[in-house]
Design a protein around this ligand. Structure first.
Ligand code: NI
Length: 447
């Protein structure tokens, strides 16, 4: 009995001790839980602050103050600005055309609108050239490639076949129609024809004629035609003093400036007559011709027309001489323009012809921009070909520009080489772009 009493007492005190211990344990547990909860809350709060500042505050600051110079957006913009013809990457999230959003895999995709290309970083190409696996494509503003069609960029045309591959050998041959001794009473009608067929021409004008028809010069400018000088009153410049030569060009330039706000950047000496002193004194590239229509002697639209179409010099890069002061010449041009266009020619100004031929016009005399003349080194200021090689690897893109010379069908074999040489390649930097993408579109991220 005693023993059991002691035992009972002992048990009671043991119970009390155990109870105290378990209470202590529970208290400790609660404290630990409180600490863990506090840490979790704190972490949550920190993350919230980060996301809010990234997603809301940063875009607002950016919108108010604009992008800073160290923003990786600028990398992206610079890359595009350095080559305005290169495609850019657009995030799929920005696209309104939901068909693109449903495509889950990178690579080529096709829908009713056409073919487009998805990158690994969920962007797609748009608005420019992009080389993929060694093939040059052109992506339109909506991100679809151009197929079996032409596009025009600056002075150059580019053709893409049914698969969307650029055919550098296929190009419009170019011609420069030039008209001397005007402007005259028929020049406006000639401009009507140019406007109707979306063609351009170059006018080598006399000061004395501009005095009579000043209003026509602004219209020439509006139509994209080129305004050249043919001196003041058509004297053979080689018979004049150099002071006299200077006056011929200065007076004409002064009048042009007052009539239409520009002087002549190119000139044609009367009778095609010149020497080095005359050229230097004039201070403008001299543009002569390789096809003489003889319109001044025929004064017959049909004969003018036939003489031009049968001329040996007619071909890509030719400069054709005519005179817009004769009515039959203008009647000839009304037939000639659609005929030449039907033959595949594109009618451009002399400066456009030079630019498309990779020629920087010098203080020299030019008669044509035929491929044969360029290659023979007969055309001053010809830039020739660049020699940048390009390597194509999967998901490494190259941006190209500066190709697209017209070539004859039979020269298809060397086309590839020439095309490689002429293109100025730029490596596409994937890393920079995806960073820029994250930065730019972080406000739209859903976390
Ligand atoms: Ni003349």
């Amino acid at each position: 009995m005693h023993r059991s009493l002691w035992e009972e007492k002992g048990k009671k005190s043991m119970d009390k001790k155990a109870l105290r211990q378990s209470r202590e344990r529970k208290r400790r547990q609660i404290r630990r839980r409180k600490i863990i909860r506090a840490v979790v809350y704190l972490l949550g709060a920190v993350l919230l602050v980060i996301f809010v500042s990234r997603g809301i505050v940063k875009p607002i600051i950016r919108r108010i103050f604009g992008s800073g110079p160290d923003d990786s957006n600028t990398l992206r913009t610079e890359a595009v600005e350095s080559d305005p013809n290169a495609a850019i990457r657009r995030p799929l999230k920005r696209v309104t055309d939901t068909e693109k959003l449903t495509a889950l895999t990178p690579g080529w995709h096709e829908n009713a609108e056409g073919r487009w290309y998805q990158n690994t970083d969920r962007t797609y190409f748009a608005g420019g050239f992009m080389s993929i696996d060694g093939v040059q494509y052109y992506f339109n503003e909506d991100g679809y490639i151009v197929r079996d069609d032409w596009i025009t960029l600056g002075v150059k045309d580019y053709y893409f076949d049914e698969t969307g591959s650029l055919e550098p050998q296929r190009n419009h041959p170019l011609l420069a129609l030039t008209f001397d001794d005007g402007p005259g009473p028929y020049t406006n009608r000639l401009l009507d024809a140019l406007e109707k067929y979306n063609a351009r021409a170059t006018f080598f004008m006399l000061g004395i004629q501009i005095e009579e028809y000043p209003d026509i010069l602004p219209r020439m400018q509006e139509l994209g035609c080129e305004l050249g000088s043919h001196t003041w009153n058509h004297k053979d410049l080689t018979t004049l003093s150099l002071e006299g030569v200077k006056e011929q060009f200065r007076d004409t330039d002064d009048l042009m400036l007052s009539v239409c706000g520009q002087t002549a950047k190119i000139a044609r000496p009367p009778y095609g007559s010149w020497n080095d002193d005359v050229l230097e004194t004039a201070g403008k590239p001299f543009i002569n011709w390789c096809v003489d229509s003889m319109d001044w002697s025929y004064k017959d639209a049909q004969k003018d027309y036939e003489s031009i179409l049968s001329a040996d010099g007619l071909g890509d890069g030719a400069i054709i001489l005519m005179h817009d002061i004769y009515e039959p010449t203008v009647a000839c041009v009304e037939m000639l323009i659609p005929k030449l266009q039907e033959m595949g020619y594109k009618l451009v100004t002399v400066s456009e012809l030079a630019e498309a031929s990779n020629v920087d016009l010098q203080l020299a005399t030019y008669t044509n921009f035929w491929k044969s003349s360029l290659e023979a080194g007969d055309v001053p200021g010809y830039r020739g070909t660049a020699t940048t090689e390009s390597s194509y690897e999967p998901f490494e893109f190259t941006i190209s520009d500066g190709y697209g010379e017209y070539r004859e069908e039979e020269s298809t074999e060397d086309t590839e080489d020439i095309y490689e040489d002429e293109s100025e390649e730029e490596e596409y930097q994937e890393e920079d772009s995806s960073e820029a993408y994250d930065e730019e579109y972080s406000e739209e991220e859903s976390w």
